[in-house]
Design a protein around this ligand. Structure first.
Ligand code: ZN
Ligand code: ZN
Length: 235
C-alpha cells in the first residue's frame, strides 16, 4: 500500500513490466490523480506548448504567440516555453494546495518532472526563478518557484530577479498588459551584472498569458542574456 502524494488516499501500485525493466521510479500518485493530470503532448505550439487544434495542424505557433512575435517589443524574447500539463480544474486545485499551503511534497513531485525537462532540453542554461514581491513573499512565507528547483544545478543566478509589488495583471486587458511592459515589475538589484552569452531558464508554476515570463525576459536581456527559455508545470 502507498499513500498518494496528491489526495492522500491509500492505493495499490500496479506492477508493470516497464517499471521492473527500466528501473522506473514509481509515480507516487494514485491512478485516479494520475489520470486527471493531462500531459500537454501531441500537436503543440512550438513557442508556448499550447495544444493546437487540428485545423491549425500546419502552423507551428498559436494565435497568441503569433501576436507576441509580431510585436517589436516582445519579439524573440522567449525561445520557448515548455509546460508539462494542461491547467484543468484538477491541477488548479493541486497547485493551489501547493502554493497557498506550501505542500512541499507536491512540489517534490513536480520538481522531478520539471527537472527531467530541464535536463532534456536546457541543461546548459542557468536557472532563474520568477520572484514574488517582498510583500507577497512575507505573506506566503516561501516562493513556490524556488521549491520547484530544489536540488537543481546551475543556480548561481537563481535569486537574481526581484519584483515590485503592483496590481494583479491577470485582470488587465491585453492592451493594458502590453502597456505594462513600460512599468515592468521585475528588476535586478545588483549593478553591473553581465549575463553575456549565458542561456537562461525561467521557472514558474503556471504560464497563463505569457506576460510575466516576457517581462522577466526583458530585464534579463538588458543584462546581456543570450537565449531565454521557460519551464512551468501548467499551461
Ligand atoms: Zn490520488
Ligand atoms: Zn503559443
Amino acid at each position: 500500500m502507498s499513500i498518494c502524494l496528491f489526495c492522500h488516499h491509500h492505493y495499490i501500485e500496479k506492477p508493470s513490466w516497464s517499471k521492473i525493466f527500466s528501473n522506473n521510479k514509481s509515480e507516487s500518485i494514485c491512478q485516479h490523480c494520475l489520470s486527471n493530470l493531462k500531459k500537454l503532448e501531441g500537436n503543440r505550439c512550438t513557442k508556448c506548448s499550447r495544444i493546437l487544434l487540428k485545423e491549425y495542424s500546419d502552423v507551428p505557433i498559436c494565435y497568441d504567440c503569433n501576436r507576441w512575435e509580431k510585436n517589436q517589443l516582445t519579439q524573440s524574447l522567449i525561445v520557448r516555453n515548455y509546460s508539462l500539463y494542461r491547467y484543468n480544474s484538477f491541477l488548479k486545485e493541486i497547485l493551489a494546495t501547493f502554493k497557498y499551503r506550501g505542500d512541499t511534497i507536491i512540489a517534490s513531485y513536480f520538481s522531478q518532472k520539471l527537472f527531467d525537462t530541464y535536463q532534456a532540453f536546457f541543461s546548459n542554461a542557468y536557472v532563474i526563478c520568477i520572484p514574488l514581491s517582498k510583500e507577497r513573499l512575507h505573506e506566503r512565507g516561501f516562493n513556490q518557484a524556488e521549491l520547484l528547483v530544489e536540488g537543481w544545478p546551475n543556480k548561481e543566478y537563481v535569486h537574481l530577479l526581484m519584483k515590485n509589488e503592483r496590481s494583479k495583471q491577470s485582470k488587465k486587458s491585453r492592451r493594458l498588459r502590453l502597456q505594462s511592459f513600460q512599468d515592468n515589475p521585475f528588476f535586478i538589484e545588483k549593478q553591473n551584472i553581465d549575463l553575456s552569452l549565458n542561456n537562461i531558464v525561467l521557472v514558474d508554476d503556471i504560464y497563463t498569458t505569457g506576460t510575466t515570463i516576457r517581462q522577466a525576459a526583458i530585464v534579463l536581456k538588458q543584462a546581456g542574456a543570450n537565449q531565454i527559455f521557460s519551464i512551468t508545470i501548467a499551461r
